[in-house]
Design a protein around this ligand. Sequence first.
Ligand code: SF4
Ligand code: SF4
Ligand code: SF4
Length: 568
Amino acid sequence: MKITVNNKEYWANPGETILTVAEREGIQIPTLCYLKGFSPTGSCRVCVVEVEGQRSLTPACAFPAYEGMVVNTNSPKVRRARKTIIELLIANHPQECLTCVRNGNCELQNLSAQYGVRDLRYKGERRTAKIDVASPSIERDPEKCILCGRCVRVCHEVQNVGAIDFVRRGFQSCVAPAMDGSLNAIACVFCGQCITVCPVGALREKSSAKMVWEAINNPQKHVVAQVAPAVRVALGEEFGMEAGTVVTGKIVAALRRLGADRVFDTNFGADLTIIEEASELLHRVKNNGKLPLLTSCSPGWVKYVEHFYPDLLEHVSTCKSPHEMEGALVKSYYAQKTGIPPGDIFVVSVMPCIAKKFEAQRPELGDEYADVDAVVTTRELARMIKTAGVDFTRLPDEPFDDPMGESTGAAAIFAAAGGVMEAALRTAHYFISGKDMENIEFTPVRGLQGVKEAEVTITGIKIRVAAVSGLKNISLILDKIRNGENTWQFIEVMACPNGCINGGGQPVSSDPDRVRKRMEAIYEIDRSLPKRSSHHNESVMNLYKEFLGEPNGHRAHELLHTHYVERS
Ligand code: SF4
Ligand code: SF4
Ligand code: SF4
């Protein structure tokens, strides 16, 4: 179809909206409630345009293009309407930009600047509400909410949790958990996907930065930092670098400049997880154990299965997640090696995930001392680096410390959905056949699809696998398992769509291609490493010889495995 936008002709495909055509052709139309990939609601009206023949302005996100349509996206009437909408939103919004976590990266702030809002023409009653700070992972500030509904849709349609929804009517409308309670009191799984789509500062992580600074400034504390695989392909975005820029060495250098005594690599813990998980899988296959084995490194997913499918908990691997394994070893193996009392060690994990904050507080993850004392997200680390006045872009590349600094390509790919599965298959193949896979890259579980299935045969043993990300996707598979339609032996599950590279603690970015770029960088790291299978990590194999004994053995179980609880 031929349509005219701002006096120029364009082609539109049947079913396309004005906004889709405009985006494709580089014509900017502002949005707030619009979320790519979801059916439009047209509720915020910021994207209004003039369509010839229509009496009122029309939301571009919801209006389909038609043959001969004539659109103006930038008339005085359109600009006036948009500015008024923004002014009305601001009139019911706290003026707290200077102290807001989204200052400098806020869609409302940007629109206000773009449309030249210079004074507050509309003054009146403002909605008031308390900030919900009860959970260990997330803070909800309803006064800053502009009711765009993005979080509600992600929570319902992508995550299948439905923890939040619109409540009340008219001026009192707000987005809240049931009975206007706390996120901590309901089945919110703390995935943080709502934070990454929120255009303003109404949803944010519960910051642990103060606690980390206190530990750094306490001469009694030996601070050990560890860095998750996904952080290294995203942190650079907070310093103006392109998504997918690999900044591993700079992160190590930055953590040392902040005051960490040791900087270990969570990828070491990921290699260890693979040894334990591949051993657990083979044990279950050979001994008629519960199958499929469901992976356990994503704490949002673990909380989800505890709330919604407690009858399937026996399927979940008992392996702790990589940073928890590593924390447990820092406070046992490393403490023993160095003679530092475990109570004097403070472990801080830098993670792409806000559910890890909840996970670190689980009583079953630790004994006398918690395995991990604090979790900071990629975003929080960026803020800490800025606070410390460290010029991140000019830092040199520095290596991780031993004895938990070595890692393989298998550990690197944990960051992308499908990576844990691929890494586990590399090692399971070696455990079964005594040989490495001929082609180490198992591509059927790669890519941006939410569900990827494949079958591998290793010396006659057939293993049907799936890699699933996004909780709605796994719920469909769990329903099948519940109904006896069980054809898989091993399923990787990640709460966040596309895995940790798109975690709830990662930089909030307007780059629509950021997930693909981060994913490509992860596979590039794998390709660039001399060792690409976890069983070739010499430091991990030494750890078994010196300290743990057999994989999946008694000591490994004590330190590296856990159990789960049924939640209402
Ligand atoms: S949410 Fe945006 S507009 Fe509101 S206080 Fe924060 S930075 Fe300012
Ligand atoms: S953290 Fe996840 S489960 Fe909780 S409200 Fe946000 S999207 Fe829903
Ligand atoms: S909390 Fe954020 S994403 Fe959710 S409705 Fe409010 S402004 Fe939109």
